[in-house]
Design a protein around this ligand. Structure first.
Ligand code: CA
Length: 639
């Protein structure tokens, strides 16, 4: 979701978002020391049973008497209590997307470089696990043993910027069992933003962010047990290369053409990444529409420079996200009308098995979105599409029952996916967003367009969001009975793992029904936003409206950078926020620690301006603080 003002999906005029005042949050947080650790002493054993995987032996284990004594003893050091809790309540492996690759963290590899992190700001903070390895001198390397066969590789890396902010190109050398395999092309052209939102490309603005990009290569032949090395050889000329992680994946061969299909090759598409294939794709779509056939995009790189409208009932089928790519034209990408834009215009659209690679390297919310956009009416699907280097990966409006599954949203300038105006009963599942420039997953029922459906009943499920360079893992901004469930959010260095916020305008689509966040892991979340200060791993924000009907359950919130969970009412008036929290419950929520980076924070924090009530049950919260005389924390089961 656009952090301050909307990301343009269309050329329609949009409402400006309200820009919050500079944070008073930080100042308030310094006021007092923690007041009580009562929740930490409360019902831990029962909680652990509830958090254990269903059907596992752990769920039926009797609680050791020794542990119960530890839990209820007020004089027992809290660290001991937490150690027991951690050992019994691990993060759940079935939360998040089922990722078909294996990630190897650079910091866990054998290396001769310099380890970065975990507490530094800047580049280390945007790294997975807040760690990376810097290769500076020629000959330095990272090396690991492949644990499974693979034929494709993604490396997440950071290079320095050029002095003028335009980025630079370089390479890194790939070795397998000591043999040089190939150079991996690297660039920092799509990285390095400066200043405050919406940022600039001028290093003189200071405050750099967005350090990482990724390179992907296929046609490798890696066997389990092979020794894989990325080395900075003398001709790999950048002053340094920081490796964050390497993914190895065994990808399927290209799909075969579907029956009853028209190939874009027959309409003049070159597929070699050299010719402009926009007209060929548009012609093929029109012919397929007339003949009621599928559009087939064979393996290849198709240069697209403009809007490709997808009509109702169209199926656009590629050979796989590793094999068919719609690529932006670098030479014309500064012209917003010449970008790669796939725009839905009706119902029963099916997009599947291709990649969209844009060329965008700056943010301007008055420009239309590239990547995936448009309206998908009823009964549409977007399956296994990989979007990279666009503004938002997908900015979707006016759809009912849309299913988005198996997609990858990477290294975008804005959101991974935003379910915006008029979205009803959409499901986003098994998608992974990382390195995005705004919320990884957002539901914002805005009204800057006419809405075809009453917004609500959308779900983000079994998704993984990691290290965006602004904003949050998942964010809900209004609407009826939306849900975030079975997800995993990691390394939110600039925002929340999950944000439930009234900040942005939604017309009459304020939160209603029951908003659900459940069965999620929030790990190293609660980072620092330059306008909001420290946000919590999970935050309820009452700045513009009230929130009611919040059902938050079965969460693991660990290693939070600041607060574990907060209710804030920072607003644009002296009295703070305009809303009240009611009918809100936390159940089976574990906040085991907090303040990994920021001092003076809290496990559960109620801002001094917040009003309302929050009921906490069956939960383990290591520490809490309620700074508001107008807010009640209810612990109905606490003795
Ligand atoms: Ca890492």
């Amino acid at each position: 979701m656009a952090q301050r003002v909307p990301v343009g999906q269309t050329n329609s005029p949009m409402e400006p978002k309200k820009y919050p005042e500079a944070p008073t949050v930080l100042e308030r947080a310094k006021v007092q020391a923690p007041r009580d650790d009562a929740l930490a002493r409360y019902n831990l054993a029962w909680l652990c049973k509830l958090l254990a995987p269903q059907g596992s032996k752990r769920a039926s284990l009797p609680v050791p008497k020794r542990m119960l004594q530890s839990v209820v003893s007020p004089i027992r050091p809290l660290a001991v209590v937490m150690a027991i809790a951690t050992s019994l309540c691990p993060a759940r492996a079935d939360r998040g997307a089922a990722l078909p690759w294996t990630t190897y963290e650079a910091e866990a590899m054998t290396n001769t470089g310099t380890l970065l992190g975990p507490k530094e700001a800047l580049i280390a903070a945007e790294s997975s696990g807040r760690n990376g390895v810097q290769l500076g001198a020629a000959g330095q390397y990272v090396e690991f043993i492949a644990r499974a066969d693979a034929n494709a590789l993604v490396a997440r890396y950071s290079l320095p910027d050029a002095a003028d902010g335009t980025g630079l190109d370089s390479t890194i050398s790939l070795y397998q069992n000591g043999t040089f395999i190939r150079k991996l092309p690297l660039t920092s052209k799509y990285c390095w933003l400066y200043g405050v939102y919406p940022f600039s490309k001028s290093p003189g603005a200071g405050l750099p962010r967005h350090f990482y990009d990724e390179v992907r290569v296929k046609d490798l032949s890696i066997s389990s047990g092979d020794k894989i090395r990325l080395q900075k050889d003398p001709e790999d000329a950048a002053a340094y290369c920081i490796l964050d992680l390497v993914d190895l994946e065994e990808i399927a061969p290209p799909l075969n053409p579907p029956s009853n299909a028209l190939s874009i090759a027959a309409y003049g598409a070159g597929g070699a990444g050299r010719s402009d294939d926009t007209a060929a794709l548009i012609k093929c779509i029109a012919a397929a529409q007339a003949q009621h056939k599928t559009v087939w995009m064979p393996p290849g790189i198709y240069r697209i420079a403009g809007v490709v409208d997808i009509p109702p009932n169209a199926t656009i089928q590629g050979a796989g996200m590793w094999h068919t790519t719609l690529e932006g034209d670098a030479g014309r990408y500064s012209d917003a009308s010449k970008r790669v834009r796939i725009v839905g215009t009706g119902s029963r659209i099916h997009l599947a098995d291709f990649a969209i690679t844009g060329r965008l390297n700056y943010r301007n919310d008055s420009e239309p979105n590239d990547g995936l956009g448009g309206a998908y009416g009823a009964e549409s699907t977007i399956s296994r599409v990989w979007v990279e280097h666009t503004k938002a990966g997908a900015w979707i409006v006016n759809s009912e029952g849309l299913v988005v599954e198996g997609c990858r949203f990477r290294n975008t300038i804005a959101d991974g996916i935003n379910l915006c105006v008029g979205m009803r009963s959409a499901t986003v599942t098994n998608c992974a967003a990382r390195g995005t420039g705004d919320d990884c997953f957002a539901i914002w029922p805005a009204t800057f367009l006419a809405q075809d459906y009453a917004p609500g009943l959308n779900v983000i499920t079994h998704c993984t969001g990691q290290f965006p360079f602004l904003a949050n893992g998942a964010a809900l901004y209004g609407g009826r009975s939306n849900r975030i469930e079975d997800c995993r959010f990691e390394d939110l260095t600039y925002g929340c793992g999950v944000l439930i916020s009234t900040t942005f305008p939604v017309g009459n689509n304020e939160f209603n029904g029951t908003t659900v966040v459940r069965r999620c892991d929030l790990i190293r979340c609660g980072g620092f936003d330059h306008a909001w200060g420290w946000r919590a791993a999970l935050q309820l924000c009452l700045d513009q409206h009230s929130l009611s009907g919040m059902d938050i359950n079965n969460l693991n919130i660990t290693h939070s950078l600041s607060d574990g969970l907060s209710v804030i009412a920072s607003g644009s008036n002296a009295q703070g926020g305009l809303g009240t929290l009611s009918n809100a419950t936390l159940d089976r929520v574990r906040i085991s620690d907090f303040g990994m980076v920021a001092r003076g924070r809290h496990g559960l924090w109620i801002d001094g301006n917040a009003r309302g009530t929050l009921t906490v049950s069956h939960s383990e919260v290591v520490e809490f603080k309620n700074e508001s005389t107008l807010f009640t924390l209810r612990f109905p089961e606490l003795p």
